[in-house]
Ligand binder design. Structure first.
Ligand code: GDP
Ligand code: MN
Length: 377
């Protein structure tokens, strides 16, 4: 689960990280009130749960309270990646001498929290990893012992020569690890962690993703979910019990079971095309799930054909077939639909689909080839 920067700042601050004061606001009047409580200068930031907010014009500096209110008014209502901004953070802006990066993710390979730091902060860390990987130091943390003092020294000496800043950075990294563990995060990131000209260290951005499996014991954090600021496809998928990941190709995929979904994507790539998504409709799939899946996929303008690949077990092929017909009637689908249904109630499904303009496929291999062919024409 993604949470807003405003909430991540609060969590960081509760765990002892140095975070400048801020307020989340939803109106011009609230913006005015915030500027009266927070010392200037200000930074005004859109609260949306998608990346690339800064580049989209969602982060603006303001010297005076009037300017901050004006910037807040411009950002409120702005569209960022299809999401309308209705929440804005107003924070005290810090002077920046150096921008660093510090983040923690769960590393599946070592099965440990992996802390990454870089003296090249502020910009996209994936970009740093690609172009200058030597500027990132990775430290694997054994959760049995936690972050050890020698590991902190390794990181601080990698980040700065300034002994005074190094002390503060060390404390910040220790607090970041505590916060990451303390809220069951899957990611906790400060980009940038800055050193000011007066050698003070500040976390001026905050990002935390919570492991969904931890939410059951983190009620107060679960309440922070804000669907209005999330990618609409992901929201709809979650509320319908679908696993959905958007990708950049042109073949939409509706499949049951994660393994078959992966195999279907592999086969699409094997034949030289690219899948538009990963979508697992799960086990007992009702017609409603198929309808939701179709709606999510059709929102993507890159989709040129859709492949429905179902191996019926608990999933009944006739349920899926009814869902397809419902989707066709309700959504007016104009991309070619290739359907491969096999297993439980296969015959009943074929009867439901007979006489429609759906393109049937007997085998998975044949279905994949057909979907690629139809996408190309
Ligand atoms: P993001 O681009 O969405 O990750 O937003 P950030 O909060 O990281 O801000 C992007 C950039 O805006 C930073 O790298 C800084 O260059 C600038 N910025 C953000 N906050 C401040 C601040 O408090 N003071 C100054 N001087 N610049 C800031
Ligand atoms: Mn940032």
């Amino acid at each position: 689960m993604k949470i807003h920067e405003a909430h991540a700042r609060k969590i960081f601050s509760d765990f002892g990280l140095p975070v400048p004061p801020s307020r989340m606001i939803t109106s011009s009047a609230e913006a005015r009130a915030a500027t009266e409580e927070i010392p200037g200068p200000f930074v005004v930031k859109a609260q949306v749960l998608v990346g690339g907010r800064g580049k989209a014009g969602g982060v603006k500096l303001a010297g005076t309270p009037d300017e901050a209110v004006e910037k807040a008014e411009t950002i409120l209502g702005m569209e960022i990646k299809g999401i309308t901004v209705d929440k804005v953070l107003i924070a005290h802006a810090v002077d920046i001498a150096h921008e660093l990066y510090a983040g923690i993710i769960v590393d599946r390979r070592s099965r440990r929290p992996l802390m990454m730091v870089s003296p090249s902060g502020g910009i996209d860390i994936e970009e740093v990893a690609r172009t200058t990987p030597e500027k990132i130091l990775k430290i694997r943390i054994d959760p049995m012992w936690g972050l050890l003092p020698f590991q902190i020294r390794q990181m601080t000496s990698f980040l700065t020569d300034d002994r005074e800043a190094a002390k503060q950075i060390g404390r910040a990294l220790a607090a970041l690890y505590q916060a990451f563990m303390g809220v069951d995060a899957s990611l906790a990131e400060i980009n940038p962690l800055v050193i000011s000209p007066d050698r003070k260290v500040w976390a001026i951005d905050a990002k935390i993703n919570i492991d969904d499996n931890g939410l059951i014991r983190r009620k107060s954090i679960a309440e922070l979910r804000d669907e209005s600021a999330e990618d609409p496809g992901e929201v709809e998928a979650r509320s319908n019990g679908l696993s959905f990941v958007k990708l950049d190709g042109s073949i939409g995929c509706i499949v049951n079971g994660a393994g078959l979904a992966m195999a279907t994507m592999d086969m699409i790539k094997h034949y030289g095309a690219e899948p538009a998504n990963f979508l697992d409709i799960g086990g007992s799939s009702s017609p409603e799930k198929v309808l939701a899946a179709m709606r999510i996929i059709l929102r993507d303008p890159n989709v040129k054909s859709i492949l429905i690949n179902i191996f019926g077990g608990i999933t009944r092929c006739d349920d899926v077939a009814s869902g397809i017909i419902e989707a066709k009637n309700e959504l007016g689908i104009d991309v070619p639909l290739v359907v491969r249904l096999t297993g439980t109630n296969e015959e009943a499904a074929k009867k439901i689909l007979a006489g429609t303009d759906l393109i049937p496929a007997e085998t998975m291999d044949g279905g994949v080839k057909k979907a690629i062919e139809m996408a190309g024409s």
